[in-house]
Design a protein around this ligand. Sequence first.
Ligand SMILES: O=P(O)(O)OC[C@H]1O[C@H](OP(=O)(O)OP(=O)(O)O)[C@H](O)[C@@H]1O
Ligand SMILES: O=c1cc[nH]c(=O)[nH]1
Ligand SMILES: [Mg+2]
Length: 219
Amino acid sequence: MTIHNLSDTTSILNTFIAELRDVSIQKDAMRFRRNIERIGEILGYELSKSLNKKSSSVKTPLGVAETPLISEDIVLCSILRAGVPLHNGLLNYFDAAENAFISAYRQHKEDPESFDIVVEYLACPSLEDKTLILADPMLATGQSMLATFEALLPFGKPKSVHLVSVIGAQKGVDFVVDNFPENTNLWIAQIDSELNEKGYITPGLGDAGDLAFGQKLQH
Ligand SMILES: O=P(O)(O)OC[C@H]1O[C@H](OP(=O)(O)OP(=O)(O)O)[C@H](O)[C@@H]1O
Ligand SMILES: O=c1cc[nH]c(=O)[nH]1
Ligand SMILES: [Mg+2]
């Protein structure tokens, strides 16, 4: 796997991440969602540099401009719920992408520190020979990413796979490195060192789904 850690370069991206993390600013759910969306736009832009291009002729009022344009068929897949604003950010740039949605949640066992990932809702076009971009803002243990990827396998073999995430724990990054195909790319805005005993990234930002859309009742 190739890891593209955008925090290797200092940029305006840091401001958006700092606002996501800030315990006061993150209470503004609209700003929280918009910051994830803006990060999706930035990660999408960076990712776009790695995609195959084909030279195209564009007729202007005064002549013809030769321009390399992305030639890959893209499918954006995000993991509900917290993936929705990240999906929107990516879709703001990849206008022509097809879209897939999948749900993944943690089902806690009697021991509150252990859980299974339950995948339920799944809507997906064919992935055969396409570029799959799998987006989730939080890469904690990495189990949701893997469970999602495995659930997508019956939809065809993508030509390439790009994982897109905002904050990851080092443990989750190591997990996806070990469990995804070698030619996968990970585009991530920041990597934190720790996961706490409940599987939350620290310092992280808290529960991304709840911050974006409100607290959910446990079931
Ligand atoms: O890497 P993992 O350990 O699998 O954890 C990451 C998952 O946790 C969050 O979703 P959550 O389960 O909180 O659901 P939500 O988006 O509905 O809040 C996040 O959006 C990922 O899907
Ligand atoms: O830190 C974490 C881990 C999983 N899900 C979140 O929303 N935050
Ligand atoms: Mg989730």
